[in-house]
Design a protein around this ligand. Sequence first.
Ligand code: SF4
Ligand code: SF4
Length: 427
Amino acid sequence: MQCPSVDSLFLRANGNFVCWDDAGSDKILLKYDTRKDMSCIVSADGPCALIAEKLAGNTLPFPETCPGCYCLSFVGYPCFSNRVINVMQVEPSSRCTLECKACATPCERDRLQPPHTLSPSVFRKVLEDFSRNGIDIRTFDFSGHGEPLMNPDLWQIVRLARKYYPNAFLTLITNAHGDFDERHVFSGLDQIQFSIDGVDQENFEKYRVGGNYERASGYMESFARTARSSGSSVRIVWRYILFNHNDNDDQLRKAFEMASAFGVHDLRFIFTHKGMWSTVLTSSAELRNHLIDLEVPSRSIHMDSFKSLRRRQKLGQSLKRSQSIYRTARKLWRTVRRKPTRSTIVTSDYYQLYEPELVKALNLGCRLLRAGRIPDARALFLHVNRMVQSPVSNNASYDPAIIYRHLGRSYRRLEASLNDDSTGIAI
Ligand code: SF4
Ligand code: SF4
């Protein structure tokens, strides 16, 4: 088993380090303290090392939290290092301008420990602690559970990351409800991702509740045009989650035309299993055929299937384990990265249940049960159930029974064994 908290960190706006995203984001791993060296989170006996140790032994580190965690993975093995952080996710703000249907509600945000905006001085202290101890941070991902542009010091925070870690990859995700300023393009970012699902106000706001389409697309257009005309190397990604209300031919064609006209590098369609997901386009193969019918040039379509994306990610993870391979790959990437004249490509990404991984979890559960590790097996069974049930609240047409059918024998075997009187366990 593995999860991102082994080699990556999530710094919340209040300065605390928490577990990686989703279910774990309330689990504080290290509280912010001006007197404390914050890099101790990756010391040999710190929280990340303990998480790695538990996962390597096939035990969920936090039995009350981990079963509901989307980040838990059954591919590969945990690889902890106290010298290298793969990704530091930084939350510039825990507030947001929008109320997207699958995100935290304003009440949930109010319940978070303040401050709700990351202060540059807190971030500087974190950076100083890590760099003083010679800990490398490969990627800074400015996102979290709020909107980065709501932090008035956002661009100063980005520049601080660049100053302390000149070779790191800096990426940011935004809903683009901000006031554009040319200086944003030259803040030191390597990549910016705009979350804009649709090509008109009516459909955009069905998921992005409270959103203003003109404002968001205007910000993206200004950013992309400025970056292209100035020769900036910042990579521009338009993230477009596919729903039933934004997946028709006209909308897809218009999205590609707009992306090409603005100079977006990567128009990324995202398949989801949450909310009002597209029931017409459910795989990259379907989407590819559809785009070709719409006369999007096939050379512009660079889509992975879910399976091949997972394979590529796994290979990427193994390569990243070697610092020298990683450095060489980074150098190469910097040399060949997208030139301003290159055209828009269309890619895909997935926020979907991956059934083969759930089957792995169930099979591991059976092995643990045979070894007499009933609580560990039970935790994995709970994890599978939480994953299968999680989309229900947001989608009336979602039928978990279909997923259970696909999990088939593996699910029934673990369920029966756990219910078996001889284990003394009732689920
Ligand atoms: S699997 Fe557990 S330890 Fe890992 S990120 Fe999720 S909640 Fe945290
Ligand atoms: S824009 Fe992002 S942070 Fe804001 S509500 Fe939507 S998903 Fe959540």
